[in-house]
Design a protein around this ligand. Structure first.
Ligand SMILES: NC(=O)c1ccc[n+]([C@@H]2O[C@H](COP(=O)([O-])OP(=O)(O)OC[C@H]3O[C@@H](n4cnc5c(N)ncnc54)[C@H](O)[C@@H]3O)[C@@H](O)[C@H]2O)c1
Ligand SMILES: O=P(O)(O)OC[C@@H](O)[C@@H](O)[C@H](O)[C@H](O)CO
Length: 486
């Protein structure tokens, strides 16, 4: 798709001041990257979208036909950075030894999320075929079953806006406004493709969108969405940490172009999808994506083994004074905890997933110390993440008559950080504060994750004992500093 790929080591080089990235400047330099027509809309213009869906789209055989209009979720910053660059950005693929950079051209329009008019215009256009999302777990403002959280003030405010034809402020509210306009415009049904780490994410987002449309009284649109719009389930994988100022210098050294918004990622990538695309889609399979009839085994393997281990390493690692995944997994005590958690999880995964190879590859990926994936970032939103990454393994172990100790370890570390007020930020902070103030705080913290945990006296006792033993352990002060500086 582009011949601008460059390989270099950035270890000892220093940044020069090169030309600013833009399509005109690239064309003038003999490296044209023409903008494809917009047929994809993305909501949640963050690092992961650029390392994953934008990469797959750019590498599809029919990339010239598929441009992305990408909207930010909350702040307009990413759009403000990418707009002067015509959506172009540098993707730095970082392995254990080297960096490899490419300029990715698939985002052709970067838009602030509050530009609801542009979103409505694009979703009304028959040429728009797919909406992808990466807005983080709390961004859906849903209950655990996916239905909209009608007690959330932002959701309540959106209902008023949607009823009055106004401008919703949540991403799902904006999506409902766009789909309502599409139905009125008579355009063909579309595919919605959530790319967040949520189990059964297609069904989850369908419940959010249909539920909000119904609650807003848009009954015909709700029925159209339920019956015609396709919600595709995905398992998405590429470890992509938050960018740092050093990454900008690295991008310029690698490509010669000044880029305000490069993204660093690992070489590994995976995308599994299940569902229909009634208005068409890019040939993502030509870039390595897999379309399957049953996504559940892939999704569980990834969420439990990769993300479950990430969360375990985040909380237990912060408690022991580590800052990154590579540091934490290099700690023999934590590596053993990860292996034990994987042993437990694998007992509840189906055959045929080549789990030994998957586990070995994960350890290699976690060991890549040049990817500085910070535990304080991974540890954010722990109540939503643990619910789907560690709790299912624990409940499966308990149902099989075992104590679930390996999965309990992640909950112990999370609860210990919560009780000391040292955990990374969580959108459920009010409920967490109430749990901490309760007579039995451990029980109430567990109830937040899943009521079944609070109803199991053996789990409550094991977590309480682990918390009592672990609080005040060596490294805890360092964890406090890490979280405070996140
Ligand atoms: N980074 C990874 O390694 C990775 C890998 C697989 C999947 N993911 C999924 O992608 C998501 C985003 O990751 P990222 O690395 O791009 O993060 P990021 O912080 O770079 O981007 C997050 C995007 O979501 C938006 N957002 C955040 N909170 C929101 C809210 N409450 N409402 C609406 N929009 C909101 C932000 O504005 C931003 O556009 C993750 O939460 C995860 O579900 C990430
Ligand atoms: O992106 P989050 O915040 O949902 O979770 C943090 C990490 O576990 C996650 O981003 C992984 O790096 C990713 O899922 C790997 O594909």
């Amino acid at each position: 798709m582009t011949d601008t790929t460059t390989e270099a080591s950035v270890a000892s080089a220093s940044a020069a001041s090169g030309p600013a990235l833009s399509r005109a400047a690239l064309a003038a330099a003999g490296q044209p990257l023409p903008a494809a027509p917009v047929r994809l809309v993305h909501l949640g213009l963050g690092a992961f979208h650029r390392a994953h869906q934008a990469w797959y789209t750019a590498h599809a055989d029919d990339a010239a036909d598929w441009g992305i209009a990408a909207f930010t979720g909350r702040s307009p910053d990413a759009a403000d950075q990418l707009r002067p660059q015509d959506g172009l950005f540098t993707l730095i693929v970082r392995d254990e030894r080297d960096d490899r950079a490419e300029i990715v051209p698939s985002i052709v329009e970067a838009v602030s999320g509050d530009d609801v008019s542009r979103l409505v215009e694009l979703l009304s256009a028959p040429s728009t075929a797919v909406v992808t999302l990466t807005i983080t777990e709390p961004g859906y403002r849903s209950r655990p079953d996916g239905s909209p959280d009608l007690d959330d003030p932002a959701v309540a405010s959106d209902l008023v806006e949607l009823r009055g034809g106004g401008r919703p402020a949540t991403t799902i509210g904006r999506l409902v406004a766009g789909l309502d306009a599409r139905r009125w415009a008579g355009a063909a049904p579309i595919a919605i493709v959530p790319c967040d780490n949520i189990p059964d994410n297609g069904r989850f987002v369908r419940a959010a969108v249909v539920g909000l449309a119904e609650a807003a009284g848009l009954s015909e649109t709700a029925a159209w969405i339920r019956d015609e719009v396709s919600f595709v389930a995905t398992s998405i994988d590429r470890i992509t940490p938050r960018s740092t100022p050093d990454d900008r210098a690295a991008a310029e050294i690698l490509t010669g172009w000044v880029d305000a918004a490069p993204v660093v990622t690992e070489p590994f990538r995976d995308w599994v999808l299940e569902g229909d695309f009634p208005a068409g889609r890019p040939q993502w399979e030509s870039a390595g994506a897999r379309f399957v009839d049953d996504i559940e085994p892939f999704e569980r393997r990834k969420l439990w083994l990769l993300n479950g281990a990430h969360s375990l390493l985040a909380y237990a690692g912060l408690l022991r004074g580590h800052e990154t995944v590579a540091q934490a997994v290099g700690d023999p005590e934590l590596r053993a905890q990860v292996e034990a958690f994987w042993d437990a999880a694998c007992r509840h995964l189906p055959d045929g997933l080549d789990l030994p190879a998957y586990r070995a590859a994960l350890l290699e990926r976690f060991d890549n110390a040049r990817i500085e994936h910070r535990l304080a970032q991974i540890g954010q939103e722990g109540s939503a993440k643990l619910r789907v990454r560690a709790v299912p393994v624990l409940l499966a172990e308990r149902a099989a008559g075992r104590d679930g100790a390996a999965a309990i370890a992640a909950l112990v570390a999370w609860a210990a950080l919560q009780l000391d007020g040292a955990a990374p930020p969580d959108a459920a902070e009010e409920a967490i504060a109430a749990a901490r103030a309760a007579d039995e705080p451990v029980t109430e913290l567990l109830r937040l994750l899943d009521p079944a945990l609070a109803d199991d006296p053996a789990i409550v006792a094991a977590v309480a004992a682990g918390v009592a033993a672990g609080r005040g352990s060596a490294g805890h002060d360092a964890a406090d500093r890490e979280v405070a500086g996140a």
